[in-house]
Structure formats: C-alpha cells, structure tokens
Design a protein. Sequence first.
Length: 467
Amino acid sequence: MLWTLALGLWGLSRQHSVWRDEAATWQVARRSAGEIWHMLGQVDAVHGLYYLLMHGLFECFGAGTATLRLPSVLATAVAAACVTVIGQRLAGVWAGLAGGLAFGLLPTVQFYLQEGRPYALVAAGAGISTLLLVTVLQGRGRAVHWVAYGSTVAVCGLLNWLSLLILPAHLATLLWTRARRGTYTRWTVASTAAVAAVLPLILFSRSQSDQVSWIPPLTWHMLIGPAILLALGGLGAVLDRPRAGRLSAAAVGLPLLAVPQVALIGLSLIKPLFLDRYVLFSMLGLALLIGTALGTAVRATRPRFPRASLWLVPVVVAVAVTALSPQSLAKRSPASRVDDVLAVAADVRRLKENGDAVVFIPAARRDTALVSPGHFSGLRDVALAEGPVASGTLKGEEADPARIRAAMLAQRRILLVTDMPDVARPLSNRRDRAKTAVLEEHFTVVADEQVRGRRVTVYERIGPAQR
C-alpha cells in the first residue's frame, strides 16, 4: 500500500495539467447535487455516482488537482493491498509481496493511478470483491461476506457497469475450483442482486450511447496488447502448476485477467467499446500471476541458495523500476495526455482584450472555460445559446449556424479555442463549419499559440464589423 501510494503521489499534479476527461469530472463536480442530477438525465449517467462522490470531495477540500486525483491514488493502493493479501493466502508471502509491488508498476495502472476518473475506484472494488470470494472459497465465509460481496460488485457496477464483467471471471474461478453447490447458490444470489441494482442504469444509459460513438471499431492491432497480457498471464499460471479442483493463484488470477478482456472484445464485435480503462481491474489478475511466478522462483532457489533467494524479489522489482522509469516519467508529464485544458486557458488570459469574443471548435473545447472561468472573464461566448448547467449538458447548447454567423460578424476580435492540428478531428457539424467559414472569409490571424494539444488563435475583422 505504501509503495503504491508513493508511486501515486510522485508527480501528482503532472506539472499542473488537466486533460479533457478530467476536465469533465472537474466542471461537473463543481455543480450542485441538483444540477448534477439534472445533467445525468441528459448525458453521462454512467458516471453519476462518481460525479456525486467528487462533488462531495470538492465541497470539503476544494477544487484542485490533488482533490481530483487522490481518490484514484488511494483506490489503487487498496487494490494493491488486495493483490498482496490474495497472493499471500494462495501462494505464500513472497508471491503476495511481489504481486502487490508489481500492480502499481504496470504501465496501464500507472496511467490511471493519477487519473481523475472512476476506473481506479472500480479496480479497488474488484480487488475487494475478489478477496471476499477467496475468503469464502477458503471456508472462512459467512453471510456477511456474501452481502459485502454483492454490495461491492453493485457499487462497482454503478461506477462503471462494464465492471460487471468480473462476475463471469469469478464464475470461472468457481468452476475451476469445483466449488460446492451451496457456494454456487450463494454466489448466484449475490451476483443477481448486484446485477439487479445496476440494471436500471444499464437500460437508461443505452439512451445516451452516442457518448461512446467515437470509439473505433475493433482492429487486429488493438488485440496485440491483450494478447501479450494473456500470454504473460498464461506463463504465470503455468509456473503456479494449477490443478482442477484446487484453489490457487492461477485459478483466481487467470480468469480475472482473461475473462473481462475476452468478454469486452466480444462485446466490441457488436458495438465498439474496447478501451483498456474499461477493464483496468483485470490487471489485478496479471499482478497476482506475476507475483506467483516470482514466489515460485523464490521457493525453487531457496534450497540451494537460501540467502540469494531473499534478494530475488527486491532485485527483480529494482530492475523493473529501472526499466520502466522512462515510461513512468512520461506518464507523469502533461504530454502523456492528448491535451491540457489549463495551459491553453493561461494563453487565453494573456492574449484577450476586453470586449473580445470567444468561440470553441468543437463545442466540447468549452471545457477550458468551464474549468478556468476566471481566465475567460470579459470574453463573450457568442455561439452559446444555453449554458452547460442550465441545459444539463457538459458543453452547453449552441445557437443555429445562421445566428452564430451573425454574432461572429458583429465582432472586431475573436479568440478561437480548438485542438492542435495533429490531434484535431474533421469538422462534424454545421455549426463548426459555419464558425470556420466566417473566420476564414472575414477575419485575419494576428496571434496563434499552440500548447499541449490545444490551440488559441486570435482573429481580427477584415473591414468594419456588421452591427
């Protein structure tokens, strides 16, 4: 836990940068609970519980990068502790220690370790539910453990309902270990209750499925990462020498790694959904298998080299830290994300003049102003018809193209906030095309700044403004 906390606190602010996904958390968490509830009826219902949690934390501790990211750091530390305890119970002290240390070092985990989004919290819940399942399978379980299991799975499902893919993974463990009929019955009851609690959210969120329409269809190169992970997991399982009917680290770790990945790939063949963050919790299985492999190596070397065996795990961890240090440093830099909403806001404050107008292409880039409203004071958002809070959306409702055109032609200077060319997507709607056309035909560029994936361009009117 302390090791993972240290990894999480290292470079927590990422040089005071916040990217677009975290900006959504930031701006929604600053709304009132009623305003958040209103928004969830229109958009982002899948993250409703997380937004309400972050709203409470922002109210108590204030808005900032530390408040935004510390929940993920603490949650990842809890997940690492769960890996440690599970590994210790099933494969020995060294396996548990190595697995717990390995979890925080995994590149994917390091990325979301400092992310102001719910995926690390889901991983913590997955770790807790898996530990509860292991407790039951070891014969220590009581009714309270099943209640806790079902409740934990339900909370994870409310944070991200794709986390319910942990249930088929746990079912695979039950089948592998040939659990007793009573255990199957209790697991079925607890799982059914959890799914029933999440089902209304699943059904309602289908009406907001446009939110994930940007996810690309599954391609062969997207499967390379999962294939490598499964190969590593399979190697760890082989070293554990698993046997059917026996509760082992492989019986828990391999299904936890493989089943959610394979299930998400299967779902993505129906509707594109494959993003590694949706199954971040499967990395618990990989860490458990890595720890088991190292624990097996310690046991194998102990008879002939008793002193050297004690140094095996520390040396391997030190080598891993050294080998991964370039990637670890990169993930703690602003360049690790596609953009930075705070850096471009500082440029806006420097370039603006009183009475200037501002437009955003696409409208989602309004997140810069929503996270740093003080930097945009004195600017008129001439395309906006209804603000994000009033409209219950993340980016607000913009006027029709004709009104946007007329409003822009009445300005002397306009600041355009958009994406840098290398990350910008093609213009997808008539409003954005109308904004671009007006700027190209009736304005000239007088300043242009590009920073960390975002761009602010200052345009001045060619000829007199139309009043």
